[in-house]
Write a protein that binds this ligand. Structure first.
Ligand SMILES: [Cu+2]
Length: 471
């Protein structure tokens, strides 16, 4: 007990001196023990054991960082380090992240909390953390060179501030950002209101995830950090469909989904079967007069959006980015469009030369989702996912909101596929199909002009160039 007290005292002194000194053995002993998590599953929400109560968020395919209360301060320990992230079953990426994962764990606090964050750098280069959207003392803003020196490899810095306003935030490095964010360094932050807030509704389920993009060649593990536009993996919390868990809710739940964008392009996030309103941004809750129903909300670069809806329609509702190239995985680019090209006879001839040759995409690209294709060892199929009716044919930023009448409150486990009531699924028509009535243009002398319209003579007057135009 006494020894513990001494250690805590030593740590307090060190905190005051902050980062300049190297972290001594005694100080390390007094840091909150870093908690690591490497499983890619969606972890249950972290119910607060200390401090003010709140309804905790669920981080899609992620988790929330436990804290320690010390002298009324919520203490967290983030460790910046290389991680192996399973982006989808059978596909692992070598990323950088925090505490064993990319993205890092979600930080969850209450408005008015004093927060102390220890950040240990286990990377090979300087880093820092910027607390996107927070009100804080300038020196805690985490911009390397501007508000602090970078955290050298092996060192620990301390950030401390009061979470002054409730809302949706994120954290990411402000040091060698192009590389560190391309490698997956980012995390979510939620500050709950300390008392009922006129603009912040109580919800039954509260999900959060970050949009990220990577460029990883099929068969390799490490993102190409110089890529600016042509990414081949579009991820939610560094997972790609079919690796993204469903968002499971109970029928008639009020649902909030918080989305932050740390890619280099915008993402129109689209929900099927319901209308939502945007109730908040990274700037705070939006006033009621600015809210209108949507089924797609564009989340621009560096922005966060809170989408809220009443889950009043049972079913398995697709939820995805509406850019069609963002619901595909690696290999989506650089493949020629072959729709309508007749390959008959060609494949056989080529296969005599290249035994593994396969014709792709002559009826569209969906064929590829059903093909048993030999893929390189470490990559994800371009479009995949098995649904109850066959291949879903999606990848990337795609998931499913599962609304179920019999889902227990607080239960997030996957209920399986929706059992559609009889007579409510699109079905095949088996009657006669008469030929469509087309206008008989080319063959008759009807009203459609058969020949090209007569040429029109145009007079052009050039500035300063005499009159008109001729011959
Ligand atoms: Cu997108």
């Amino acid at each position: 007990m006494n020894r513990r007290r001494q250690l805590l005292g030593a740590a307090g002194a060190l905190t005051a001196a902050v980062a300049a000194a190297s972290v001594s053995r005694a100080a390390l002993a007094a840091l909150p023990e870093p908690v690591l998590q490497t499983r890619p599953d969606t972890m249950p929400p972290l119910e607060p054991a200390t401090g003010r109560p709140y309804r905790p968020v669920v981080t899609l395919n992620g988790w929330t960082l436990p804290w320690r209360m010390r002298d009324g301060v919520k203490e967290f320990h983030l460790v910046a380090e290389p991680v192996v992230r399973e982006m989808a079953p059978g596909f692992k990426a070598h990323l950088w992240g925090y505490n064993g994962q990319s993205p890092g764990p979600t930080i969850e606090v209450v408005e008015g909390d004093r927060v102390r964050l220890y950040v240990t750098n286990r990377l090979g280069e300087l880093t820092s953390i910027h607390w996107h959207g927070q009100r804080l003392p300038n020196g805690m803003d985490g911009v390397t060179g501007l508000t602090q020196p970078g955290i050298p490899p092996g060192k620990t810095f301390v950030y401390e501030f009061v979470a002054r306003r409730p809302g949706t935030f994120m954290y990411h490095p402000h040091a060698d950002e192009m590389v560190q964010m391309a490698m997956g360094m980012m995390g979510f932050w939620v500050t709950h209101p300390k008392e009922p807030h006129p603009l912040i509704e109580e919800v039954d389920r509260d999900f959060c995830f970050l949009l990220a993009s990577y460029d990883i060649d099929p068969g390799s593990y490490t993102p190409k950090v110089m890529t600016m536009l042509d990414f081949n993996l579009w991820a939610w919390n560094s997972r790609i469909f079919p690796g993204i868990d469903p968002l499971v809710v109970r029928h008639m739940d009020k649902v909030r989904i918080r989305v932050g964008n740390l890619t280099m392009t915008n993402h129109p996030i689209h929900l099927h079967g319901h209308e939502f309103t945007v109730t908040g941004t990274d700037g705070g809750p939006t006033p009621p007069g600015s809210r209108w129903p949507e089924v797609t909300a564009d989340v621009a670069v560096g922005q966060m959006r809170q989408l809220e809806f009443l889950a009043d329609e049972e079913g398995d509702w697709a939820f995805h980015c509406h850019k069609s190239h963002h619901t595909m995985n690696a290999m989506g680019h650089g493949v020629p469009t072959m729709i309508g090209v007749d390959h008959s006879g060609v494949a056989g001839r080529i296969m005599r030369l290249i035994p593994d040759y396969m014709v792709m995409g002559e009826r569209g690209m969906k064929d590829m989702t059903e093909m048993e294709m030999a893929l390189p060892d470490n990559t994800a199929p371009m479009m995949a996912g098995q649904g109850p009716f066959g291949a879903v044919g999606m990848g990337g930023m795609f998931s499913v909101v599962k609304v179920r009448r019999d889902q227990k409150p607080g239960n997030y486990s996957d209920p399986g596929w929706f059992a559609h009531p009889p007579g409510t699924v699109a079905y095949e028509y088996n009657g006669a199909t008469p030929d469509p009535a087309r206008p008989a243009a080319a063959t008759s002398q009807g009203s459609m002009p058969a020949a090209a319209p007569p040429a029109v003579e145009v007079q052009i007057r050039k500035p300063g160039g005499g009159h008109g135009s001729h011959h």
